[in-house]
Design a protein around this ligand. Structure first.
Ligand SMILES: C[S@@+](CC[C@H](N)C(=O)[O-])C[C@H]1O[C@@H](n2cnc3c(N)ncnc32)[C@H](O)[C@@H]1O
Length: 161
């Protein structure tokens, strides 16, 4: 049922794209954890931005393995991302945000946190920029902020060399 809803969302988004006659956007339904590498193998690229927006929290410890961001996905993203390309993560669940942050921070060999190279991005306590660098909020963010939750965001850039 949940999968059907997500497939329908992707189809609905494709319809909107057609209605608006946009040629540079495409939606597809996939399990990113499993299929990202395969999808990228046919992407003409360069890949300049990966956004991971409020992924399901799977709060129970025994379900953590279902979380989208796992080390193999982080490594695949970094293999595909062009130098200078960005990774943008956000969550309304601190534990999930920290989990994602730890996995991306581990790749400091290739990634810099953007606030260390762009001083216009002010950092608040805990290293979570207070400003949304993308400006547009997702449905989950709107709902979470409406209920008084904080959104934890982090933004990385792949090093040029
Ligand atoms: C809490 S909703 C957030 C939806 C939207 N990103 C937002 O912020 O409004 C989590 C979304 O993550 C998707 N998702 C969960 N696991 C996924 C995976 N392995 N690959 C791709 N999407 C996944 C779900 O289908 C669901 O749409």
């Amino acid at each position: 049922m949940r999968q059907c809803t997500t497939i329908l969302l992707a189809k609905r988004a494709e319809c909107r794209v057609k209605d608006l006659a946009l040629k540079n956007i495409h939606f597809l339904f996939a399990n990113a954890t499993v299929s990202f590498k395969h999808i990228m193998s046919t992407y003409p690229g360069p890949l300049m931005l990966v956004s991971i927006l409020c992924p399901d929290p799977h709060v129970k410890k025994k379900h953590h393995k279902r979380r989208v961001v796992q080390k193999p996905l982080v490594d695949s993203i970094l293999d595909s991302l062009a130098p200078g390309g960005k990774v943008f993560i956000r969550s309304d669940v601190l534990e999930v945000a920290v989990d994602m942050r730890n996995l991306f921070d581990e790749r400091r060999d290739l990634l810099q946190h953007v606030d260390s190279i762009d001083m216009t991005i002010s950092c608040c306590v805990g290293g979570w920029p207070s400003k949304n660098p993308m400006e547009i909020r997702t449905e989950r963010e709107i709902d979470a902020e409406f209920k008084g939750a904080k959104i934890y965001r982090r933004w990385y850039q792949k090093k040029l060399v």
